[in-house]
Structure formats: C-alpha cells, structure tokens
Design a protein around this ligand. Structure first.
Ligand code: BGC
Length: 713
C-alpha cells in the first residue's frame, strides 16, 4: 500500500468554490474578498433578507456616522445588564438597533433579573444524544429570551470537555467533537428561528481557574481535528450569528486578537459572515491586534475600543475602513435578524409555560443515565413497600452553576418532591441529616429500598472568577461519601442518584449498591424525571457523553494552576483507547430496562472514493418485554499508517425506539471526507487510502459488529 496520502479537496477550497457559484448565480459584478462582497456564506447568513439590499443600506448608515460614533458602536455600554439585558451600543436614530444579550446555555440568565425555565444543563442534554430534542430546547430558550426583551442568546457553550475536572463541564455537551457538533448545531438551528446565537468560547477554553491568563499550546493538527470541527459545523451548517472569543490565549496569542483563529480560520476558511465579540470584562487586551484580527465588538464595555479606537485611528495605527468592516458585520447581524423591524417584546406569559416545563421534564427524563442495575430498578410501588430517601442533595434545588449560565426558575422540583409525589401506594420517608442518629439508622435499616441522592453542586464546580471553578478530584464530597457509606452499611438495597456536571469516581461504593443513575443537574422539573425513571414510568435512555475512567490517573493531567499548558490529540475515550486502559464506563455507555441485541451491520459499499459516503445499515433487536430506546453508535478506525490516528472515532449515532420484542434497521451515514486527518506539512486535509473499519454497537467499548471498506482515489 502506498504511503502517500492523496490530498482531498481541502474544506476551505470547497467553500471558496461555493462562494464563487453564489457570485455567478447572483450575477454580481464584484466578488472580491472585501467585507462588502456577497459570498455564499453571507447569502446563507442573511436568511430571508437579500444581502445586497442589506449591504446597500449599511453603506448609507456608515456614511452618516462620525469616527467617534463608529468606535462607540463597536463596544458594549455598561459592565452589567441594563433593562434586563447586556447591551451593545446602539444608535436607533441612525439605523443601529443594537444587540440585547442574555446568557445562556441552560435557559434565560437570571442576570437579566427575571425568571425563566431551567432546562437540564448542556451536559445532561449531551447525554440524550437527541438532536431533535436539542433543537426544541434551543427554540424554547430563544422564545423565552425574546419574551424577556432580549434578542441575542449567549449560547451554546461548545468547548470540549478536555478533562472532567473542568469547572464549566456542565455547560457543554461532552468530550467528543462530533457529538458536541451535532448537538450544538441542532441547538443553534432551533434557537435561531427567533434570536441570534453566539457560540462560545472560541477556542480551546477548557480550564476555569486560570482562564483569564492561561496560554494553551496546541498543535495545528490537534486544533483542526479535535478543538475546532464542532465550531466549524456550527458556523457553516447552522450559520450561527455570532462567535464569542475565549479569555485564554492559544499558541501565544489571546483569542480576542488571535489572527490565526479569527482571520485565517474563522473568516478565511469558514467564510464566517457574522459578528465576533469578546468574552466579558477581562476578555480584551490591545486595540490594534484585536481589530486587525477581526474582533468586531468589545463586550460588555470599552477597554480597547471606544475612545482607544478613535486614538488608534488618529495615530494612523488603524484605518477607518477597518471600523467599517467590523460595523458592517455587526449591522448585517442586526438587519439579517430583523432587529430593526421586529424588536423583542416583553411577555411574561410566554415564560415558564406548561409546554416549556413539560419540555424541560422530558429532556431530564431522556438525559438520565442508568449506570448500574442489579435488579433494584425499576422500583415496583406495591402497597406496603417502605422506601427511605436520604442524602445531602435530596432536598436541594440542585440545578447547576451560579456563574453566567445561572437561571432563576419560579419553582424547582427537588428529588424529594418528585419522589414524594409519585411514591404511592408505596410509602416514602425522608430522613434528613447524616444518619448519626440511632432512630434514623433504624429507619434506614428497616426500609425495603433506600434511595441516596449525592454528588456535586454549585459549591463543587462552576465558572472561574465568579463561581466555584475547577474541581481537584473526581471523588464525591466527603460528607456525601460518608453518608453513602453509612447507608450501604445499614441497607443491602441502596439505589444511588448521582448529580453533577461530569464524571464522579464511583469506585469506593459501586460494588455496595444495587443500582445507580446519573441525573446531572436536571433542571427545574428534575425531581419528577428522577421519580419517573426510578419507578419505571420512563425507561432510561441517556448515554454518557464522556468516558468515566476507573481512576483519575487514567486521564491526561489536568493542570488548572499553570499559566502555560499543552493539549493534544488525545483526551477522554480516545486517550483511554490509545493507552489500552478500560474505562469504568465508556463514552456512550448507559443501561436500559430493555435489553438490546445488535443483529447485523451491512455497508452498502465496500469500496469508496474520497467524495463518497459510508452508508451503514444496523439491525437492532429489543429482546426484552419493555419498549425502550437504544442509541446506536458508529465508530470508524482509520488505517493510521501515515500518521497516528485515534484507535477509533465516533462518526455517527442515532436514537431509536424499539418496541418489546421488535427489530429496527437504522441507517447511519458518514461522509468519507470527514475521515481526513490534518496534514501539518501540507497545511491541508488529507485522506489516507486503505482499509477502514466501521464498528457499531452500544458504546465505545461494546462494539459488537465490524465491517470494512477500502478507500481508493
Ligand atoms: C462568560 C461567558 C458569558 C459572559 C456574560 C463570561 O464570564 O465566560 O460565557 O457569556 O460572562 O455573562
């Protein structure tokens, strides 16, 4: 076999070709690369607006602005939200409606001062592996955002979970770029029906404690293959309206002024036509490098733009035309999303409606992962069954971080409330405290089932600088671990409900308990969802969006102290696979009350060319007597003879509901182009010819069927 990798048509070239096609189709005279030009990306970005008309209008608006006005329109107005939202400068009389922004990733931010539906956090939604549902969540959050008077949603957070100790783990969807890209794209497509989305934080932002100053060294290949593909998909497929730069620096340059990330890749290769804004307060550094790189908007106030930008123009360091370029992108976003003609309208009745609360509950139900079940679940609620509930999180409104993603729902259904409401005809007794009391111990030891709710909360993990920051261990907080120990000494029928944003070390107790679910931060209806899963009204279908290692030492070191770190091609499941170490629970793992058997895998073609598509048909059977949902996963193994590749990569998945005793055939498609690696020497994507394996199954370590295909030129 030849060692020479055939160059695939590089993705950036493909986009340029599309742009040219659009230019021809539109019979445009000028199709150069200046910001006025109409590219395919700009046409798509502008949705049902004619981008030429929009640009004509922008020309007129810009002609009527002074230098001071221009520089001031490239900044936010105030360090805190005003009138319910963060505001970018506006000048309605001169055609600048401005942006009215609110976080966030799990619902409308409480920082606007108002209530909103608290959806399960991003990581919980990652565990649903349900892109259609995620589009519904995006749309529901967008509608509430508008009803709160805002038009720009600071979400989704799609930084990879490079390590489970990351404080903001809960905000993103998981560790895998393909999976994160699928969910992030769905969220944006749903939300942008009603608002602009700002995807964040671009890029390689996955440590909290040093987030403002850490410089992440990352190879070009790791950047392209691991840390950026999901951003690219959200830009090119979902046409996201805005991109927020990260606080950290990458390869020696802060993200808000990083030429390579912003100019070469985001604008140059992905043809991003939208607005680039900074992260908040500490996110900008120097005027000239920032505008040179393409930072359009400084938020939430002026450090480097505004007066400093005027001074830079007057000193001859910045051309006024550069301000026009940035303002064109800002205005294009505002006009293409009709912010001038359809401003958001306050509407209290459109927030926390029965429909959004029902959606939040459904998402929580789909997100719960059954980690272990020796038969204790589902709990059969017979009259006379004596259930006891304990644990520091049982009676807590545990819906996630109190950083920028925090949401203020009117009510939160705790685990206690949800279980209490659903336990009849069984009896449920809640025992508060640490079980040191003898009477409490007797209550627990005489129970038929003991449910223990433990895990993480807002004191254990969260956003840096404003909340708890990174974790230093995967262990349960000590008092939770002690209580669980006591419970397992007193009862041999313990069911554990775990909560938190990512991996917990279950090693110390997993063998002493009968069943265990991961409920994440389940949102305002979480208590109902937990009850419905434990009592069997919902058959668990969540699957882990990251590998759970057996020990922290099995993962790469997480350094949240140094201001210089290096990140590479392998983390999470890919790291474990490479090291030949078994995960305790692999990527994609999750049990069900049903049992599934994979009957067959058939590839439509066993010979494919670089522009081909793998079409895999997978037959899955539900061998149980309960209807259930399986998440069918497809991983690809590349030959790996030219450069080292991951042992396998997730490349497709599908949720499928299968009736009791029923069979389903699931079709999964993967474009061959997506199997390319980044050839650093050629600065281009390349596909290795040879034999590729396609593995399918229930999770990254349970891939029961394999087929191969030959990739030729
Ligand atoms: C966070 C962003 C957030 C912004 C505004 C920053 O601290 O990093 O994710 O959008 O605050 O709340």
């Amino acid at each position: 076999m030849s060692n020479r990798a055939p160059s695939l048509l590089p993705f950036p070239l493909a986009s340029v070709r599309l742009a040219l096609v659009a230019c021809v189709a539109l019979s445009l005279a000028a199709c150069s690369s200046d910001s006025r030009s109409v590219t395919h990306a700009a046409v798509a970005y502008c949705r049902d607006h004619d981008v030429r008309e929009v640009d004509d209008r922008i020309d007129e608006v810009l002609a009527g602005l002074s230098l001071e006005e221009k520089a001031n329109l490239m900044r936010g107005t105030f360090p805190l939200p005003r009138q319910g939202a963060w505001q970018a400068s506006m000048l309605p009389a001169k055609g600048f409606p401005g942006f009215h922004m609110l976080d966030g990733p799990r619902g409308v931010s409480r920082l606007g001062g108002a209530t909103g539906t608290a959806f399960p956090v991003g990581m919980a939604r990652g565990a649903t592996w349900d892109t259609e549902l995620e589009a519904e969540v995006g749309e529901a959050i967008a509608l509430e955002l508008r009803a709160r008077g805002a038009d720009t949603l600071l979400a989704p957070t799609v930084n990879l979970l490079q390590h489970p100790l990351w404080g903001r783990a809960q905000e993103t969807y998981g560790e895998d770029s393909f999976h994160v890209g699928a969910l992030g794209t769905a969220f944006v497509e749903g939300a942008q029906e009603h608002v602009l989305c700002v995807v964040k934080h671009f890029a390689v932002n996955n440590i909290e404690n040093t987030r403002l100053e850490v410089d992440v060294t990352v190879s070009e290949r790791a950047l392209r293959e691991v840390f950026l593909p999901h951003f690219q998909r959200i830009v090119t497929e979902a046409n996201v309206a805005g991109v927020m730069t990260a606080y950290n620096s990458v390869n020696g340059e802060y993200c808000s002024q990083n030429d390579h990330l912003l100019k070469d890749i985001l604008r140059g290769e992905w043809n991003f036509a939208g607005v680039v804004m900074s992260d908040w307060l500490w996110g900008t550094h120097e005027t000239v490098p920032a505008i040179e790189a393409g930072l359009d908007l400084e938020m939430p106030t002026a450090e480097i733009y505004g007066a400093a930008l005027v001074a830079a123009v007057e000193a001859g360091d910045v051309r006024e035309a550069q301000l026009d370029t940035a303002l064109r992108r800002i205005l294009r976003a505002q006009y293409c999303y009709s912010l001038d003609t359809e401003p958001a309208v306050l509407d209290d009745d459109a927030v926390e409606t029965p429909a959004t609360l029902a959606l939040a509950q459904r998402v929580a139900e789909e997100s719960i992962v059954l980690l272990k079940n020796d038969g204790a679940l589902p709990i059969q609620r017979a009259a006379g069954l004596d259930i006891v509930l304990v644990g520091p999180l049982a009676d807590v409104e545990n819906i996630g971080d109190q950083g920028s993603s925090a949401v203020l729902p009117t009510d939160v259904v705790t685990a206690l409330e949800g279980l209490m409401a659903a336990a009849a005809p069984a009896t449920l007794t809640y025992v508060d405290g640490d079980l040191s009391d003898t009477e409490d111990q007797m209550t627990v030891s005489s129970a038929d089932v003991v449910i223990v709710v433990v895990g993480l909360d807002t004191n254990s993990e969260g956003e840096g600088n404003i909340a708890a920051g990174d974790r230093s261990s995967l262990a349960l907080p000590a008092e939770h671990a002690d209580l669980l120990d006591t419970a397992t000494e007193l009862s041999d029928n313990v069911v554990v409900v775990l909560e938190g944003g990512s991996v917990l070390d279950v090693g110390p107790f997993v063998d002493s308990v009968e069943a265990m679910i991961m409920a994440w931060y389940p949102g305002s209806q979480g208590g109902h969802a937990i009850a419905r899963v434990l009592f069997g009204e919902v058959n668990p279908s969540g699957r882990l969006p990251m590998a759970w290692p057996a020990a922290l030492a099995d993962l790469p070191v997480f350094d949240s102290v140094s201001t210089e770190v290096t990140q590479g091609l392998f983390h999470g499941q890919r790291h474990l696979d490479r090291a030949g170490v078994q995960a305790r629970y692999p990527l994609g793992y999750g049990l069900s009350y049903s049992t599934f058997v994979y009957d067959s895998l058939t590839l439509e073609d066993t010979q494919l060319s670089p522009d081909g598509t793998i079409v895999a048909n997978v037959v899955v059977r539900n061998t149980s007597d309960v209807i259930g949902t399986e998440v069918v996963q497809l991983y690809v193994r590349a030959p790996g003879e030219v450069v080292e590749r991951a042992v396998r990569d997730l490349r497709a998945f599908a949720r499928v509901e299968i009736p009791a005793g029923g069979t389903r055939t699931v079709e999964l498609r993967v474009s061959v182009a997506s199997l390319a690696y980044y050839d650093e020497a050629a600065a281009d994507w390349a596909l290795e010819p040879g034999t590729y394996s396609v593995d399918v199954g229930a999770n990254a370590m349970d891939l029961t069927h394999t087929s191969t295909f030959m990739l030729t030129n």
